[in-house]
Design a protein. Structure first.
Length: 156
């Protein structure tokens, strides 16, 4: 499924307990997509929703633009990620990040322990990630955690 179909799937099926879909503020969207080098399917997601929460829980969340900016510009929340890393979500104690250097590839999305910057595994794209979630009914992790691993810390 593409991004639009996936969000419809999550919204229509009560199993997912998705919070209401709220549109991005056009000004915030314009500034955000200008500042960061973002993959096309993530940009498409932002044209539909300004983040979302599954299962009415803080354990399954794609952040809204304000939260992404907070996590990526405020030193209290930055987790010491390299400048190219954009922290966009959280799924069961795993940070979901975009490596902007790979935004034009099919391998830009990564997941790793929320308390670390190393041992991140590649999830492919946001579309791949959300399709995996839909296919496994939210089982985390559905991806292969056998490596290879990436370290996104500022000192790596």
């Amino acid at each position: 499924m593409d991004i639009k179909q996936l969000l419809e799937f999550f919204t229509i099926n009560p199993f997912w307990g998705i919070d209401s879909i709220k549109e991005c503020n056009p000004n915030s969207y314009q500034v955000f997509t200008t500042i960061y080098h973002l993959p096309n399917d993530y940009i498409q997601l932002l044209t539909i929703t300004d983040g979302f929460v599954l299962f009415h829980s803080g354990d399954f969340i794609i952040y809204d633009i304000a939260q992404v900016l907070k996590y990526n510009t405020d030193p209290l929340y930055s987790n010491n990620f390299k400048d190219s890393i954009l922290h966009i979500g959280f799924f069961l104690e795993r940070n979901i990040v975009i490596d902007q250097r790979k935004a034009d590839t099919d391998y830009y999305l990564f997941a790793g322990d929320c308390c670390s910057t190393d041992e991140f595994v590649c999830l492919g794209t946001i579309t791949d990630f959300l399709n995996g979630l839909a296919r496994t009914l939210g089982k985390i992790p559905f991806w292969d955690e056998g490596g290879p691993y990436w370290d996104f810390g500022v000192n790596a």
